[in-house]
Ligand binder design. Structure first.
Ligand code: SF4
Length: 472
């Protein structure tokens, strides 16, 4: 059943979904059915998956890590990078025989790849065994769509072309015990020439401050100690609201919530990083002294082609302001190499920018053309071999500086918010410093959820090791 259309989503619609949740509960609850969600892409997507999991838990599905054990498999897709897209096709295609063996199972594909008509059509045609396809704007309608999929022999498709409203009160199953993600706004207005996000996530829409603060107070009451505020460009939070409350004021209000010990946020566009925000970061004791500030390129010529709306000089001024307001602040960034027309000289300017800022770490990418963006139509696309070679040179520099920055922590006592056991070593606890450094150390289980003073004994490029500091 194809239901592709543009409609406006009413904020009240979440109320209507409760009816479908009740009906699903009658069918699913107590049957021991399991779900498995595969998530691609950024933290916004991870948090969307937490909402999908919240709905599934509410109706009686249980989570499983084993895809082949699941009665319902969901792929929450990302279209920002080509690699993730190709993996989705491979992973969905691999389920053909599973679906034949388990005809009652439900396979769903959602997320921002589905907001592109040609991709959702391709999934429908190439993988007819997929039961459910939906986009990013109607995630809250998942209960109704799931009910339709359970009752239908055809693929249920609903991709809303409208951005819709900001929908509140969707249940969330959070994956971490100490730290929680909180979306504060959706969409982006910036149209960087390489980026698909404004086309698939729509224009900027801020959540109401009262809803955000209410959610964070509830998280605090549940024992969460840290919140990470999410948005494609959190620095422009509130500009679309009737009540004038901008991002710095929102941070100040969250800073007053007693049980919350740490506040992080991402992502920040340099053009919207105001003096007020820098001062707020410096003055609010709970706002972590770490900023992820994507530079993307060091050459003004390439920044213009990327439509980033700042120059290298403006970016460097911001770095100076940040460091003078908060000495020791950790800075991280995103960098793209091999953008169309990037010459060796442009690339050398990116390397020199990295040397100038000396980032604590960086996410580095080769440029990959995204259909529908203006950069994909630019001439002078760079050969893949050249892009890879530049990426390797960039990574070598980034890793060298990361290691040097981490070595500065040797023998220092740092406060670590302990998150749990390390993924790879079950006898080792892991947590992060205020500056977002991962610290691994041996310690008692009862430290989880608390702040511990750790003496750093070893530094690597990506993490630090230490031991519980002796207290006098
Ligand atoms: S700021 Fe630019 S890169 Fe970031 S989401 Fe918006 S358009 Fe994409």
């Amino acid at each position: 059943m194809s239901n592709r259309k543009a409609i406006t989503v009413s904020p009240l619609e979440i109320e209507e979904q409760k009816h479908y949740i009740d009906e699903l509960k009658n069918r699913i609850w107590g049957k021991g059915l399991k779900y498995h969600i595969v998530t691609y892409g950024c933290q916004m997507n991870v948090h969307d998956s937490e909402k999908l999991a919240g709905i599934l838990n509410q109706i009686g599905y249980e989570e499983t890590d084993e895809q082949r054990e699941a009665d319902l498999i969901l792929f929450n897709t990302c279209c920002v990078r080509e690699n993730a897209e190709l993996r989705v096709y491979g992973n969905v295609g691999a389920l053909k025989s599973y679906k034949q063996a388990n005809p009652n199972s439900i396979i769903g594909v959602c997320g921002c790849m589905m907001q592109q008509n040609e991709i959702s059509d391709y999934i429908q045609q190439t993988f007819p065994f997929v039961d459910l396809i939906f986009g990013t704007h109607n995630l809250h309608r998942f209960p109704m769509l799931l009910l339709q999929a359970l009752d239908s022999n055809h693929t249920v498709v609903e991709v809303l072309e409208s951005e819709g409203a900001v929908v509140e009160h969707v249940p969330v199953k959070r994956t971490k015990g100490v730290s929680a993600w909180v979306t504060i706004m959706y969409g982006c207005n910036n149209f960087c020439s390489y980026c698909i996000v404004p086309y698939v996530r729509g224009r900027e829409r801020s959540r109401r401050p009262a809803d955000i603060l209410g959610e964070i107070r509830k998280l605090a009451a549940e024992g969460y100690k840290e919140v990470t505020l999410l948005g494609q460009n959190v620095n422009s939070y509130g500009k679309d609201l009737d009540e004038k409350l901008l991002f710095p004021q929102l941070l100040r209000k969250i800073n007053e919530i007693d049980e919350i010990e740490r506040i992080r946020f991402m992502t920040s566009h340099p053009k919207d990083l105001s003096d007020d925000l820098i001062q707020t970061m410096a003055e609010c004791d709970k706002v972590c002294k770490h900023l992820h500030l994507p530079i993307q390129a060091g050459s003004n010529r390439i920044l213009r082609k990327m439509n980033r709306k700042y120059s290298r000089e403006v970016y460097m001024e911001l770095v100076e302001k940040l460091r003078s307001a908060m000495p020791g602040i950790a800075l991280t960034t995103d960098i793209i190499v091999g953008f169309p027309g990037e010459t060796e000289e442009d690339f050398l300017e990116t390397l020199s920018a990295v040397e100038q800022v000396r980032y604590d770490s960086a996410f580095t990418f080769v440029y990959s053309p995204r259909r529908g963006t203006s950069a994909a139509k630019m001439k002078e696309q760079i050969l893949q071999s050249e892009k890879k070679q530049r990426l390797a040179r960039l990574n070598e520099l980034v890793n060298k500086i990361s290691k040097e920055k981490n070595l500065e922590y040797l023998d220092r006592n740092v406060k670590v918010l302990v998150e749990g056991y390390s993924k790879n070593r079950t006898d080792i606890l892991t947590g992060r410093t205020d500056t977002n450094k991962i610290v691994n150390f041996k310690g008692d289980t009862d430290l989880i959820g608390k702040t511990a003073m750790i003496k750093i004994t070893e530094a690597h490029s990506w993490s630090l090791e230490g031991k519980v500091a002796e207290t006098n």
